[in-house]
Design a protein around this ligand. Structure first.
Ligand code: HEC
Ligand code: HEC
Ligand code: HEC
Ligand code: HEC
Ligand code: HEC
Ligand code: HEC
Ligand code: HEC
Ligand code: HEC
Length: 460
């Protein structure tokens, strides 16, 4: 009898955990184990399910049967905010939240067939869906601070409004996965921003791989440098395009070099912040070259005055930074490097990397002037429907091969030069960046000369 009781007891002990688990299973899990077993397995293995979070915490409980699943809510960061307020706030203060808005600021995007650009989350929208939908900017008549349409645009899309699953993919929502540089690599790769390829081919990436891909090893990961202390607010000093907002002082210094532009320059200066960029050697020639780039992007008009694109891209979309923010971000980044390198080493590094932008801007400005000259002299004609010409933001819609080259410098060659320098990738910086920039500028200058000769011959 005693033996039997013992047997019964040990049977109970063995069965209890299974019984308890079965009882804890929600009706969502029980049914979905048949509907999508893989999804449920991943959910149950994650930290959240282990802490007792059910499907209904993110999808609500309005859907309960096989055919009312349209009542299930699709989560947004607002859903996560209830339990992870700090992360959501940081995320919203950073640039990832602006990704959808930034995409829509591009003239070229608006002409793309929906299946290539917008629908199905392939192409632009596949990477840029990590940004919040419905931010209202200058293109919709809002010339002030960016505002929100309260869900109107997001409501048109059933899926793809979650944002947070860009790094913590569903339904594991794992911290470990998000700490791995490969979590960034589906987006930060390829044509115009190959940061993953550059990292992997740098000594930092090589040590990370050789030492077993540890996130806190001898060499830094993307996250170590860009999400220091788990801060979800990502932003860098130079940004994607290696641009800065010129300061009052930068622009006024130009008056001496180009006195004929005094009126325009003074009017531009009045709209700009005051201050200076640490580390950066701001000679007037560089300011002038940068102004040409901004002009070719339609951010400054023919008279060097800020346009609607300046408001939308630079101010609302935060594509470029003024001195205060630039310097603060730079100081933070250097502090991270300083954990493993001497400050002297780090200062040398940044001086050289910043100067690559100056050098590549000087080359680029030559090519831009040549193409602008063709428009000024009537050799090229402004395409119908374009507000500016040349217009870098029209990308591959550019009508002539000379402008196609100009676009490739902007999005491919120039980018790789400075991004490669900052990510310590020698090959990207030189052979995929600087070298093709030179080739493209030479092609443009030669082509411009030919076009002028042909134009002159036709006139005769
Ligand atoms: C009786 C079975 C059953 C129950 C109970 C159930 N679901 Fe579903 N659920 C389904 C089916 C079937 C689908 C449709 C799957 C498909 O499209 O392939 C679905 C779809 C979904 C979707 C996707 C909706 C979409 O538009 O893609 C979500 C999210 C979801 N369920 C969450 C839940 C949650 C949360 C619960 C518990 C509150 C729950 N389900 C309970 C059967 C069930
Ligand atoms: C009802 C509260 C609640 C909601 C809603 C919620 N979480 Fe969580 N989350 C938790 C809890 C509790 C944990 C577990 C904490 C622990 O074990 O350290 C957690 C952990 C996490 C982790 C860390 C996992 C790990 O591997 O350490 C991530 C990432 C995460 N949540 C992301 C999200 C995202 C993204 C959303 C929105 C789509 C979300 N959470 C919604 C409560 C919630
Ligand atoms: C492979 C994923 C991917 C695709 C496809 C993609 N982008 Fe991006 N885009 C990114 C990433 C990543 C960045 C940030 C790069 C950086 O900062 O170096 C970015 C940056 C941008 C920026 C600059 C934002 C800023 O503040 O500097 C704009 C504008 C932009 N993309 C528009 C587009 C448009 C328009 C398309 C389609 C024609 C497109 N992107 C396609 C991933 C992508
Ligand atoms: C921590 C929040 C969270 C929990 C818990 C959660 N989900 Fe989800 N679920 C998401 C997010 C985020 C998406 C992506 C939404 C989007 O793309 O807009 C999603 C999408 C889905 C989809 C449609 C997309 C697809 O891949 O098919 C289904 C179905 C789904 N969830 C079912 C479930 C079920 C069943 C459970 C419980 C076993 C569950 N979810 C638990 C956050 C959650
Ligand atoms: C760009 C990638 C990325 C995106 C997007 C992202 N996270 Fe994270 N998240 C990380 C990384 C990296 C960590 C790990 C930090 C660490 O442990 O050092 C992390 C950690 C977390 C954790 C673990 C606990 C903690 O607080 O550190 C939570 C919770 C979390 N994220 C929530 C969110 C939410 C909510 C969103 C959407 C607003 C989000 N994450 C979007 C990269 C991301
Ligand atoms: C050793 C630190 C470090 C690591 C590791 C690192 N970065 Fe960077 N990253 C930088 C620095 C420095 C800059 C330039 C900062 C500035 O503008 O002053 C930068 C700039 C960027 C930019 C802005 C455009 C550009 O390329 O200049 C993006 C986007 C970016 N990094 C993404 C990544 C991704 C994704 C990874 C991993 C695949 C990564 N970074 C790895 C230090 C790092
Ligand atoms: C789903 C695609 C996607 C993933 C995954 C992703 N990013 Fe991004 N990232 C973008 C896009 C798009 C932008 C440009 C947003 C903008 O500027 O409006 C961006 C911008 C950035 C910037 C700001 C550059 C600047 O302009 O200053 C940094 C830094 C960055 N990402 C780092 C990371 C890191 C580190 C990871 C991985 C932990 C990561 N990203 C994961 C798409 C992605
Ligand atoms: C977690 C430690 C760590 C951090 C943080 C770190 N590095 Fe490194 N870095 C290393 C190690 C280890 C090496 C390899 C040293 C060697 O070549 O002997 C290295 C190498 C380098 C090299 C030489 C690469 C070559 O090809 O010779 C440069 C340049 C460099 N780091 C710059 C930086 C900059 C700039 C930052 C900050 C943006 C930074 N590092 C942040 C650990 C770090």
């Amino acid at each position: 009898m005693k033996f039997l009781r013992l047997l019964f007891f040990s049977f109970l002990m063995a069965a209890l955990p299974a019984v308890a688990l079965a009882q804890a299973k929600s009706e969502c899990v029980t049914c979905h184990e048949n509907v999508n077993p893989g999804l449920v397995k991943q959910h149950l293995a994650g930290k959240m399910a282990q802490a007792g979070i059910d499907c209904s915490a993110c999808h609500g409980s309005a859907h309960k049967t096989m055919d009312d699943f349209k009542n299930a809510k699709m989560p947004t960061p607002e859903t996560c905010k209830g339990c992870h307020a700090q992360r959501v706030e940081q995320y919203r203060a950073g640039k990832h939240n602006l990704a959808w808005f930034a995409m829509k600021t591009q003239a070229a995007w608006h002409g793309i067939p929906a299946s290539i650009g917008k629908d199905g989350y392939r192409g632009c929208s596949g990477c840029h869906k990590m940004g919040e939908k419905g931010l209202v900017g200058a293109a919709q008549g809002n010339m002030g601070a960016i505002t929100h349409d309260d869900g109107t645009e997001a409501a048109k899309y059933r899926y793809g409004n979650a944002q947070c699953d860009a790094c913590h993919t569903r339904h594991s929502f794992s911290r470990e996965e998000a700490k791995d540089p490969r979590a960034c690599s589906n987006c930060h790769m390829g044509f115009d921003h190959p940061q993953y390829e550059m990292y992997i081919s740098s000594k930092h990436g090589i040590i990370w791989a050789a030492d077993g891909t540890k996130s806190d090893g001898r060499a830094p990961t993307c996250q170590k440098c860009h999400m220091t202390n788990s801060n979800h607010n990502v932003v860098t000093s130079w940004g994607f395009l290696g641009l800065r907002i010129p300061t009052k002082e930068n622009v006024l210094a130009l008056v001496k070099v180009a006195p004929s532009l005094e009126k325009q320059l003074k009017s531009l200066a009045a709209a700009l912040p005051s201050g200076n960029f640490v580390d950066v050697d701001d000679d007037p020639q560089w300011t002038f070259n940068r102004a040409l780039i901004l002009q070719a992007a339609g951010v400054l008009d023919a008279n060097l005055q800020p346009t609607k694109r300046f408001v939308e891209g630079v101010v609302q979309g935060r594509i470029a930074r003024g001195p205060e923010e630039f310097n603060k971000l730079r100081a933070g980044m250097k502090k991270t490097c300083n954990e493993c390198h001497s400050m002297a080493y780090v200062n040398d590094f940044f001086k050289a990397a910043d100067t690559t932008i100056k050098e590549v801007d000087a080359l680029y400005a030559k090519a831009i002037s040549a193409v602008q000259g063709l428009y000024k002299d009537g050799i090229l004609k402004k395409p119908k429907g374009w507000d500016y010409a040349p217009d870098l933001l029209q990308y591959y819609n550019a009508p002539t091969s000379i402008e196609q080259e100009l676009y490739l410098i902007m999005l491919e060659h120039r980018q790789r030069t400075f991004q490669g320098a900052f990510h310590v990738s020698n090959d990207y910086m030189h052979w995929y960046g600087w070298a093709p920039t030179n080739t493209a500028v030479n092609v443009i200058l030669e082509e411009a000369k030919k076009m002028r000769e042909e134009h002159a011959a036709k006139k005769k």
